[in-house]
Design a binder for this molecule. Structure first.
Ligand code: PLP
Length: 400
């Protein structure tokens, strides 16, 4: 079957909740993906940073295959021999005493929100069902009804009410607005250290540090959603570390899977994560041995291959080179590590047509928020590959 035949079937039988580029991928390796016509592309999206380790990483693949032949699912009704080791290794790598595994990012965010509410009632002493959680404009934390309840993006939200109460939204990047929004009922502040889906929005320097101080002073939990920014993408294990901030809870997902098998987690210390009791939260697949074995291998690759250092070095190079491309369409190039956004001017016609032009020349990138092209290749990319991509990006950014 050719590309058009696959697309026709997909459009006919599948819900239209995405607007993908018209490329049908059949295999991938490292930073490269291949379509059903035999064309090769450089992946500059990395499945929204879920494949930081590169596609089909051999060590993660081996862990998946080995575990799949032993036991894949026990449910948490019984114990398995992979989950305890994932807990321990996550703790050793991240410095948090405990973790709680789920499957998708949105589920881990929901878990963090539930935990913050329970902490407010049982530790802070907020009156039951009065807890408030502060979030920021332009946020992206997932697609559940509670999460879209505090989205400020009409497409994510408008047709999906009634909404979950208990959320307050203040402008992103404005620490004073957070301080002003705190009440005695505030349980937590939840933020992305850099807003990925929001258009690679980097808050003002000192913002995260200030927010952490405000939270501490007011006995409010600071939750960092590092599902996209975490696990080495921005050049550190967590983007919060750029400001020496240690959030009370960190939510991870995406690259925890190495791109193989969905797994997400909430990380926190025992005094917070220790408050859940049996029966209060769970998931049939959460913490299954296959996911745990894959995540253990995915974490090992991040550490062994020094992918944070790589993201810094190659991200700085890529961003510097992108900034030097003369183009009437480019408003700003910004980013941290290998999470880079090229924001286009409003009269450029939008980022989509540039992404389509890149696709035809062998680079897959996806527009975010209409005017931003995100460049976020797997962290295993090398300088030669960036040097291969740059003239193509230049040509596309210079089209009329
Ligand atoms: C992708 C993402 C999520 C949602 O993760 P899913 O696995 O798609 O549910 C949440 N927060 C951030 C910051 C993300 O980038």
């Amino acid at each position: 079957m050719n590309t058009q035949e696959f697309i026709q079937i997909e459009e006919q039988y599948g819900a239209h909740n995405y607007h993908p580029l018209d490329v049908v991928i059949e295999k991938a390796e490292g930073v490269w993906v291949y379509d059903v016509e035999g064309n090769r592309y450089l992946d500059c999206l990395s499945a929204y940073s879920a494949v930081n380790q590169g596609h089909v990483h051999p060590k993660i693949l081996a862990a998946l295959v080995e575990q799949a032949q032993k036991v894949t699912l026990t449910s948490r009704a019984f114990r398995n021999d992979q989950l305890p080791l994932l807990y321990k290794e996550l703790s050793e790598i991240t410095g948090y005493e405990m973790s709680l595994p789920m499957n998708s990012g949105a589920e881990a965010v929901e878990t963090a929100l539930k935990l913050a509410r329970k902490w407010a009632y049982t530790v802070k002493g907020v009156a039951r069902h009065q807890a408030e959680i502060i979030t920021a404009t332009g946020n992206f934390h997932g697609r559940t009804i509670s999460i879209v309840s505090f989205s400020t993006e009409p497409a994510y939200r408008d047709d999906f009410g009634p909404f979950t109460p208990g959320f307050v939204t203040v402008p992103y990047g404005d620490a004073a607005a957070i301080e002003a929004a705190i009440t005695p009922n505030t349980a937590a502040v939840m933020l992305e250290p850099i807003q990925g889906e929001g258009g690679v929005i980097i808050p003002p320097a000192g913002y995260l540090k200030r927010v952490a101080e405000i939270c501490k002073k007011n006995n409010v939990l600071f939750i960092a959603d590092e599902i996209q920014t975490g696990l080495c993408r921005t050049g550190k294990l967590f983007a919060s570390h750029h400001e020496d901030v240690r959030p009370d809870m960190i939510v991870v997902g995406k690259a925890l899977s190495g791109g193989f098998y969905p797994i997400s987690a909430v990380l926190a210390d025992t005094k917070i994560l220790g408050i859940f009791k049996p029966g209060e939260h769970g998931s049939t697949f959460g913490g299954n041995p296959l996911a745990a074995a894959v995540a253990r291998a995915a974490l090992r690759v991040l550490v062994d291959e020094k992918l944070a250092e790589r993201a810094t070095e190659l991200g700085n190079y890529f961003m510097e080179q992108l900034s030097e491309i003369p183009s009437k369409h480019v408003k700003e190039v910004r980013g941290r590590g290998l999470l880079i956004g090229v924001e286009l001017n409003k009269d450029s016609g939008g980022a989509r047509r540039f992404c389509e032009a890149l696709q035809h020349k062998g680079i897959l990138a996806k527009e975010t928020h209409d005017y931003v092209i995100r460049f976020a290749p797997p962290l295993v990319i090398d300088k030669e590959t960036i040097d291969w991509a740059l003239p193509i990006v230049r040509e596309v950014l210079q089209m009329s």
